[in-house]
Ligand binder design. Sequence first.
Ligand SMILES: [Zn+2]
Length: 344
Amino acid sequence: MDTTVFQRFQTSLIAKRHNLIEWLGQTPPTKKQIQLGIANEQAVQAHLQVVDQALEKISNQTLGICEVCHKYVDTDLLEMDYTTSVCLDHYSEQERRQLEAELELSAVVQRALLPQQMPEIPGLNLAAFSRPANIIGGDYFDFLQFRDGAYGLIIADAMGHGISASMLMSSFQTALRTLVPEKESPVEVLERINHIILHNINYVTFVTAFLCRFDPSTRVLTFSNAGQNPPLLYRNRERTVRWLKPTGPALGIIESYYLKAESVTLSDGDILLFYTDGITEAINPQKEPFGQDRLAALVQQNSSLSAQNLVRVVRQAVEDFSGGRPLEDDITLIAGRLEINPVS
Ligand SMILES: [Zn+2]
């Protein structure tokens, strides 16, 4: 193996290791719990061990040596999964075709696409603050369509800053745009993306994501939440607020990944509010965070407003709370309100 390849892998894995250790040491417990979903910290430790083993193999130049023929496996295969230890040649015809498809997808997701328009969804009044499909820093949201025509919405956040976070997000966007039209379930898409990024040498950080699908004919919302701040669901009939909590850990952070799906049937006047942590973590001059409770109360008090006006009211409230300072550019806020009289 070329020593420059080893050097590149080493640089990347050291960055990955640094991000994992920083996350383990510096994330406040409540945030950790959200980002881990149903997993525990040991799963992250297990991932760190995999990274450490790979770094050790790099130091003695044994990373990527095939267990069968003892030659180095192809660099692009190793790039897709740095834990690979068997050449393509030794797989069955079917396994090889599957791996080749993965390699192709892995190459595709490294190209970024242009932003998507906000869709017209029958019976759902929708509004967003921020440009559609915005990738600034680590925040990202986008509108997609599943194979069966159901509408998809993704809201995601990459950990860390700078080039590595924005590169991860543009790959993430491309992966979604490729996978969602081929699938029907959010859980299937997110598990697949986790698989793509977990051992890929090009991704040194991880991402939290909420992906849902909405079918206007049944009004069923199905979602999977991979460690993302819980979106808000206001139930109009009961006048209560429910949080669409994590159903699994963030993507790319743990070995043995497992994610659940949940469904809820929406009714007249129900409101969905998606946001990134810039909203709930906005602080006032006394350094208190805006928090989920204030957000819930605000939506309850303004539940008769259109999505557009609700977004405006929430923005204004967070701005007032932070002492009149304008919100940062990378805050994302999306509201959806089930129309009482859907247009036939
Ligand atoms: Zn081999």
